[in-house]
Design a binder for this molecule. Structure first.
Ligand SMILES: N[C@@H](CCC(=O)N[C@@H](CS)C(=O)NCC(=O)O)C(=O)O
Length: 228
């Protein structure tokens, strides 16, 4: 198959890409990446030196970075009528803005929590975790405000920005739960989780949640330690 996605089922950015692939209705050959294996890591770094996943390879063409990868798939492989970035230039800007905001202000501070948990106890950095927590609370307020009168983050259509929202929020709330007053965000979170592309992505990750460092914060409907 021409299209190969290098991914890991626990990775939030891989979830973003997988949700988009599902929404766009594109068949992709899935290549599970184990960066913990030194030989696999070395081979992957040859392919893409940042070592970040996911990575799409289309007949030898390397397509990194989820926002670019999604736009590339829409442009070159999506069936007619399937879109996650609208044609209208201003509407597309709005989608790209919210995609950036979720990546920079939800994914990044969420990942800071995970990184800290992955460090040896002696190397933990409570200050960076406190800062990350503050950023998440700021982002929750910003998103809650944006959701006033909107079903999805930029309006009536589910877009690339919602693909970024679902996994970033899914993992962020395991570290910093949504404050009770963020009612619009809480309702949006439920809409995201009920979206079939998101539900399928979460379902595929279920067998792996037992290895997620923040699993103690996962709601029981997503992960039941006693059943693992
Ligand atoms: N800006 C990148 C971020 C990708 C990213 O941070 N991926 C994480 C997994 S969620 C990763 O590859 N981590 C492995 C590492 O840093 O070694 C994108 O949008 O694709």
């Amino acid at each position: 198959m021409a299209l190969t996605l290098h991914y890991h089922p626990l990775s939030s950015y891989c979830h973003k890409a997988l949700i988009a692939i599902d929404e766009l209705g594109i068949a992709v050959d899935m290549q599970l990446l184990n960066l913990g294996d030194p030989a696999e890591r070395a081979a992957y770094l040859q392919l893409w030196p940042t070592g970040k996943m996911p990575l799409l390879v289309d007949d030898g063409r390397v397509v990194p970075e989820t926002s670019i990868l999604i736009e590339y798939l829409q442009r070159h492989h999506a069936p007619a009528g399937r879109r996650l970035i609208p044609d209208d230039a201003d509407a597309a800007l709005d989608v790209r803005l919210w995609d950036r905001l979720f990546d920079l202000y939800v994914m990044t501070p969420m990942q800071a929590h995970t990184s800290d948990l992955l460090r040896p106890e002696a190397d933990r950095d409570p200050l960076s975790v406190t800062e990350a927590r503050g950023k998440l609370l700021m982002a929750y307020e910003l998103i809650d405000r944006q959701l006033d009168g909107r079903h999805w983050i930029t309006g009536d259509a589910f877009t690339m920005a919602d693909c970024a929202a679902a996994p970033s929020l899914f993992y962020a709330v395991t570290y910093v739960p949504l404050p009770v007053e963020r009612t619009r965000l809480a309702a949006y979170f439920e809409r995201l989780m009920a979206r079939p592309s998101v539900a399928r992505t979460v379902d595929a990750a279920r067998p792996f949640f037992q290895w997620y460092p923040g699993r103690a914060g996962l709601a029981k409907r997503f992960f039941d330690p006693e059943a693992a």
